[in-house]
Ligand binder design. Structure first.
Ligand code: NAD
Ligand code: AKB
Length: 315
């Protein structure tokens, strides 16, 4: 049996913190090496090894993979949709070159498994708005979406040509209380809980009727681990799997919050992120993930709202 040594790149980010902690529970603290360009997140400190890595520096990355005897890589470093529109060249460069560096090293060092997330941002205005299927018209209009779609095909290519076992999920907007989101269009759905508790009011950068696919972080972490643990024979999609849990608008999440904080009020000042949100589907069909490896979400809007508010009130 292989003794796993896992490298998480981008471990100080919104997903990285929780995924690193979850992987440490499964594989043992010392077998999961957290890495990031920025300093180690407070929640990770003292829980296991941390190294500073710039995924763009292939040589440094390669040295660490060999030195740490890495057998699996989780690549989370990326620039998300809203930040990407402010600096398209940087977003393309990091999102593509970071992935290619990891895939190349995985091929050379016979890394056993690679995880790389895609996003519902691969879909564009010509994709179906409701229950957007796994395979459909995909014409993204953001640099982030273009980079994710290209990345999906690089993953597929490295699997077919070099047998790298790279697996991927198209996450929807992720909502969490442990670590802050990093420059996405769906970030409002995290900010709103903090502002509801602290200020009792929130000004939303999307219109009240903007429906988007969303997922609570515990579901996202479970989906990631279930996909990575699924038998190879069950994996039919080598680009990236649609996964989803819920779909709501700013008006609906504010109504869910009002059930717990009746004095909460919301106002709307849509900005450049509105056109990004308008280009994405409102809901996702994730039946292929269900059929292949049994994906099933646990949290809906109300269950998530209760849990978010409880955890933010009593950290
Ligand atoms: P994040 O911005 O919170 O975290 C990314 C981390 O990568 C940061 O800690 C950052 O310091 C680090 N990083 C940036 N450049 C780096 C570099 N050159 N070398 C090493 N580390 C670097 O992002 P996240 O929300 O945790 O997203 C992780 C992945 O999941 C990304 O690929 C993102 O596209 C994808 N995703 C996220 C969501 C979401 O809602 N959070 C949804 C869909 C897909
Ligand atoms: C973003 O809004 O950019 C991310 C995503 C859906 O990929 N949360």
């Amino acid at each position: 049996m292989i003794r796993e040594r896992i490298l998480v790149i981008g471990a100080s980010g919104q997903i990285g913190v929780e995924l690193t902690l979850a992987l440490r529970k499964i594989y043992g603290n010392n077998n999961v090496v957290a890495s990031d360009l920025r300093e180690e997140n407070e929640l990770l400190k003292g829980t296991g090894p941390y190294v500073s890595i710039d995924v763009m520096n292939k040589e440094m990355l390669h040295v660490q993979v060999i030195r740490q005897n890495i057998t699996q890589i989780y690549l989370l470093a990326a620039i998300l949709s809203a930040t990407g529109e402010k600096n398209p060249n940087l977003a393309w460069h990091l999102n593509m070159q970071g992935l290619l560096n990891v895939l190349d090293i995985a091929r050379e060092e016979k890394i056993y498994k690679v995880y790389w997330p895609s996003s519902i941002a691969v879909f564009g205005p010509t994709s179906p708005k409701q229950n957007c299927p796994q395979q459909t018209i995909i014409e993204p209009t953001t640099v982030y979406g273009i980079s994710k779609y290209a990345g999906e095909f690089w993953c597929n290519y490295y699997h077919q040509r070099y047998q790298v076992d790279v697996r991927s999920l198209r996450y929807p907007g992720l909502i969490s209380y442990k670590s802050a989101p990093g420059g996405g269009t769906t970030d409002y759905a995290v900010e709103i809980y903090h502002e509801a508790l602290e200020e009792k009011k929130y000004t939303c950068f999307l219109r009240e009727d903007t429906y988007l696919p969303m997922m609570y972080m515990p579901d996202a972490i479970r989906a990631t681990i279930e996909l990575m643990e699924a038998p190879t024979a069950d994996i039919s999609i080598r680009t990236s799997y649609n996964v989803s849990a819920m779909s709501f608008s700013p008006k609906e999440i504010s109504a869910a919050i009002k059930n717990y904080i009746p004095e909460f009020t919301i106002s709307y000042e849509p900005d450049y992120r509105q056109s990004i949100a308008d280009s994405w589907p409102q809901s996702i069909d994730d039946s292929v993930a269900g059929k292949d490896w049994g994906w099933k979400p646990e949290f809906d809007l109300n269950k998530m709202t209760k849990d978010m508010l409880e955890n933010l009130r009593h950290p």
